[in-house]
Write a protein that binds this ligand. Structure first.
Ligand code: NZQ
Ligand code: ZN
Length: 388
């Protein structure tokens, strides 16, 4: 195994009623002015807003609302939040939403504390913020695991980049599966596929031989696949929903990454696809994964073959490593079709005129990927995905 240091700073409150049970005590530790940050309004429709504002008022907090955080949050929205936090003297941020709200707030919390431009600080000066407004997360949409880490995926519209900035960790995260019951099924599926992708992208890194982190990872992938099917069969299945919430967290809380250099090449490509098209993250991954993985086949056959057997239940008897790797690729593609995710950029509604070359050229090439991609080969991947 690689050497590692493992520390986990986020306190997780999991289960039905978690907000009511935990928030009072957590809020007692923070200042009076609390920014309640949320997205386009789903929390106002499903009762989460009433519950949270009720708890905040009981705790004697003054509430500053930061609303309208969009999917694929923009750097401009971060600046809006930071201005509001500064103007109103916000002491604490309570972020309620999916990955977009949670990511946006991670950078609001840093930007509010400095006059420097965080984007320039991180990407030009290669320095990271060290002062933050403390934050808590209330997860209403699972998949990204954004509550578990300090990375924030932000779209800089001017620069046409969707990049990971480093922000603050949440002090605590409330994971109440009942809050996610109103997620549209399309988001349940794309979010779950995102969690599966995080697991696969971690697995596909190095070391590439059998190791403990990957064995836990295999169980996580099996769990996600089983529970996506269960959630599709019965959208009211609370057991499936709660397992998906926790499996999504497990994929991003660092445990599967212990001792590993991760891959995440597919994510880097999808993020740039998002920068140019504002597409749904999980859907983008579903289109890209099988095509990118076919390009990785010669280098990654051993890992693919293991996934075929350990995750997809394919009988290894009488099959070569190459045949098992092919069987994995077929199983993944079949599953994507089975659960109704798109299989081409066209199906995602991405216009034919999209500048695929600019997307490939601006994609970060990752260190942990089994194959060292070039921008030229990423362009081939995108072209194969487009099927226009
Ligand atoms: O905005 P509202 O009205 O709340 O609606 C949202 C949004 O339309 C809705 N929603 C959320 N909870 C709901 C609900 N609707 C009904 N009931 C509920 N309980 O769901 C829609 C999608 O929400 P969003 O937060 O955009 O989705 P997701 O959680 O998939 O987050 C996507 C963002 O996270 C980034 C992605 O790139 C993308 O920007 N990621 C963040 C990661 C991280 N920080 O670790 C890792 C990921 O790889 C990913 O890149
Ligand atoms: Zn993701």
């Amino acid at each position: 195994m690689n050497t590692f240091t493992y520390e986990y700073p986020v306190k997780v409150y999991f289960g039905e009623g978690a907000a009511r049970k935990s928030l009072g005590a957590e809020l007692a530790k923070v200042g009076k002015t609390v920014m309640l940050a949320y997205g386009g309004g789903s929390i106002r429709q499903n009762g989460v807003y009433e519950e949270l504002t009720g708890i905040l008022k009981e705790a004697g907090k003054e509430i500053v609302e930061f609303t309208g955080i969009m999917s694929n949050p923009t750097y401009a929205k971060v600046q809006e939040g930071a201005r509001l936090a500064r103007e109103r003297g916000v002491d604490f941020i309570l972020a309620a939403g999916g990955g977009s709200v949670l990511d946006c707030c991670k950078i609001v919390s840093a930007q509010a504390k400095t006059e420097k431009d965080i984007w320039e600080m991180e990407f030009t000066e290669h320095r990271f913020p060290d002062e933050f407004i403390p934050m808590g997360a209330v997860v209403t949409a699972f998949g990204t695991g954004a509550e578990e880490n300090c990375g924030a995926v932000i779209t800089n519209e001017e620069k046409k980049l969707k990049s990971a900035l480093f922000g603050a960790f949440y002090t605590f995260a409330v994971l109440d599966p009942s809050y996610t019951m109103t997620m549209p099924m399309r988001q349940v599926i794309s979010g779950s596929f995102d969690a599966l992708s995080h697991s696969m992208e971690t697995y596909m890194g190095s070391p590439r031989e059998v190791n403990y982190s990957d064995e836990i990872n295999e169980a996580t992938q099996r769990n996600i696949i089983r529970n996506i099917r269960a959630a599709l069969a019965d959208p009211e299945d609370r057991q499936a929903r709660s397992e998906l919430v926790w499996a999504s967290a497990m994929a991003e809380n660092g445990i599967l990454k212990i001792g590993k250099t991760t891959d995440f090449q597919c994510h880097m490509l999808e993020h740039q696809l998002g920068a140019y098209t504002d597409c749904n993250h999980g859907q983008g991954l579903a289109v890209l994964h099988p095509v990118l993985y076919r390009h990785m086949l010669p280098e990654a056959a051993g890992q693919f073959a293991r996934l075929a057997v350990q995750v997809w239940g394919i009988c290894p008897e009488g099959k070569s490593e190459g045949e098992l790797a092919e069987a994995f690729l077929a199983a993944l593609s079949d599953f994507i079709r089975e659960i109704g995710l798109p299989t081409s950029l066209r199906e995602m509604g991405i216009p034919e005129t999209t500048d695929l070359k600019a997307i490939a050229d601006s994609t970060v090439l990752t260190a942990g990927c089994a194959k060292k991609f070039t921008a030229k080969e990423l362009l081939e991947v995108l072209q194969e995905c487009s099927a226009f």
